[in-house]
Design a binder for this molecule. Sequence first.
Ligand SMILES: Cc1ncc(COP(=O)(O)O)c(C=O)c1O
Length: 562
Amino acid sequence: MKPRTLWMQSTSCFICSSIPGPTLLKQMEIRRDMSELLSWSKQDGDPFKSTEQGDGGCSTNDFSIVHGKDLLPAENGEELTKHFLQELLNILLAYIRKSMNRSSKVLDFHHPHQLKEGLEGFSLELPEKPDNLEQLLVDCRNTLKYGVKTAHPRFLNQLSSGLDIIGLAGEWLTSTANTNIFTFEVAPVFILMEEVILKKMQSIIGWSEEEGDGIFCPGGTISNLYSILLARYHYFPKVKTEGMQALPRLALFTSTHSHYSIKKSAAVLGIGTDSVIAVNCDERGKMIPAELESSIMAAKAKGLVPFYVNATAGTTVYGAFDPFTDVANICEKWNLWMHIDAAWGGGLLLSKKHKIRLQGIEKASSVTWNPHKMMGAPLQCSTILVRQKGLLEACNKQCAEYLFQSDKPYDMSYDTGDKTIQCGRHVDVFKLWLMWKAKGSEGFESQINHCLENAEYLYYKLKSRQDFQLVFQSKPEHSNVCFWYMPSRVRNMSTGPDRDRELHSITPKIKAKLMEKGTAMIGYQPLGEKPNFFRCVFSNPATLKQDVDFLLDEIASLGSGL
Ligand SMILES: Cc1ncc(COP(=O)(O)O)c(C=O)c1O
C-alpha cells in the first residue's frame, strides 16, 4: 500500500467536512492561535498540514523507505517523527469516525485461525529485519480493522464501552509522559492529581475529612483483591510477616450474584475458594440479609472465623444493589469488614436521581469503584477506596531503599507507591482528571442519567413486545436489562424444562448471527436456573433510543426462524 492511500483518510478532510462555513473560519482562527503555541509550528509551519500538501524540505512522505530507527531520538528525526505521528493520527481519526457511524459495522468477525494465517498483508509474525514505517502504519490500520469498535453506539456487550475523546487525549498525554506513578520524584503532578481525585471520590461516598485513603489499581478485580487483603491484615496483622500460619480458618461472604473476582482473590490470597460462602439472593439478585446472618452463624458453628463481607453495588448481570444498611448492621454486629464492590454501580453516586441506590455506602470499610465502567473513562481506570487512613501502607509497605529513601528533599508522604502491591504503576488518573475538568460533575451526572434512561426505554419496549420476555419483571435499577427472545414456536410452549432448553440454545445462536453480521454486539449468559438470556448494558453516551429499537428488531429478524 502506498502512502497516498493512507492519506485518503486525511484528518483535515474529516475536520473540514464536518464543520459549517462560519464556524470553520472561527476554528481556523483558533487553530492559527494554537499553532503559535506549538513549537512544531514555529519551526515547521502549520502542524495540521498534511505531508501530501508538502511543507518544504521534507522528503519523508514515502514511509516505505524509512524505519523506526529514523524517528526521534535519531539525529534530524523530528520531521519524520511529526509526519509519522500525523499519519497515525489520521488512521485513528478515521477509525473513530467509523466507530461512531451507525452505518458501519461494530465488528468484522474473523476466527482466530483466520487472523493467525494473515489477512490482506496483515501478519502477526515477528520479523528478523525491521519493517518499514509504511508497513507499521498498515499494521496499525489492520489492527483496528479486525478489532471490535467498542465506541460504536451499538456495542452493548461490556460494562466498559464508548470512547470519551477527552479521556483519549488524557491517555495520549499519559503515554507521552511515560512515567511511573510510584514516587513524587518521577510523577509529581500525577501523584497530586491522584490525591485530588481520590479525595473527591471519598467525599462523594460520604466519608469525613479524617477518613479515607485509596489508590488507583489495574481493574476492579485487583481492587476487590485489595479489599480482602486489607481486611485480613486489619484483623490479623501478623499475616504480613508470618504468613498463613498466623491465621485461623477464615470465612468470607459474598452473594451468589457477585463478581467472580471475590473467589479469585480468595484463591490468590491463599484463603481458598472453599472459604468463600455464597449468600442467597432474592429474585431480583439482591443479597438477602437474613441469609447472610444465618451463613455467618453456620460458619462460626463449623469453627470457621468470619472476617469479611462483600456487598455489590450493581451486580454484573442483573445490575442489582444489595441492601447496604442491613448488611452494614450485620457487619457491625459480628465485627466484620464490609466491602462494597461498586465497580459498576459507583458511577451512580454522581447522579442525584440514582444515588439513592447506594444508600449506606458510607458505612463500608472499603469500596471498589471503576471509572472505566459507568463513568466512561478509557480502560483502565479503577480505584480501591479505604475508610481507615494508613492501612494500605501498613499492609503493603516494604520500604525499598532504592525508591523510598527516607532522606528525600520533599514530603515523603507523597511517595504513595508503597501503598500498593505493585512496584511500577501505570498512570491511570490523568485521563479521569481531565475528563472531570471537561465535564464537571454535572457532565458525568447527565451522561449516567442518559444511560439509565436508555435502560428504562428498553425495559418498556420489551414489556410491550410479544416476542421478548424479561428475565425479571421489576424496573432496572442500573443500566442492565436482561431478556429472552422468544420465536413464535417457543412462545407457544408452556414454561418448563423443554422451553428452557430451547431458550438456552436459541440465545447463543442469535448472538453468533449478530457477530457474523456485525451490526450490534450484546452479551448473554445463563444464571442459576435461568437458561441463556441476553444482558444489555448501557455505558456509552453515544447510544440512543434508535439503537435500542434497532437492537430489538435485529434480534427478532435473526431469531424469528429459529
Ligand atoms: C461488579 C463487578 N466487580 C468487579 C468487576 C471486575 O472489574 P475488572 O474487569 O475491571 O477487573 C466487574 C467486571 O465486570 C464487575 O461487574
